[in-house]
Write a protein that binds this ligand. Structure first.
Ligand code: ZN
Length: 116
């Protein structure tokens, strides 16, 4: 009996869904969904955004880190200090410069408070 292969649209949806769940590599700015779809398909931004929309996805979605209040704070652990808020400086422990000692991951790209 032949293997039943899903329709092309189902395969595409599945691939994009996997991308949504893939976190950005450490120390890298998270990329919007369309950018990751573009890397997979070899298409540019316009085409990749259209692909996302065609299959019901938000092309601008950033999965790796999301800021609910659009202030850049993600509710995830700061990568530099592992959420402790402190880093080992030359002589002693000090407040982590990435998160200002909060221990929370801050992503400037997600901070929509200040107009560029
Ligand atoms: Zn930190």
């Amino acid at each position: 009996m032949p293997i039943e292969v899903p329709a092309a649209a189902e395969i595409v949806k599945h691939v994009i869904e996997n991308q949504r769940r893939t976190k950005a590599p450490r120390r890298k700015q998270p990329a919007p969904l369309w950018s990751r779809v573009g890397q997979l398909t070899g298409h540019g931004s316009g085409y990749s955004q259209a692909i996302c929309r065609e299959y019901g996805f938000n092309p601008d979605e950033i999965w790796a880190a999301q800021s609910k209040n659009h202030d850049g704070w993600t509710g995830e652990k700061c990568e530099r200090c592992k959420g402790t808020g402190e880093v080992d400086t030359a002589h002693s422990f000090g407040a982590c410069p990435d998160c200002g000692g909060t221990g929370e991951l801050y992503v400037a790209a997600l901070d929509k408070r200040a107009a560029p």
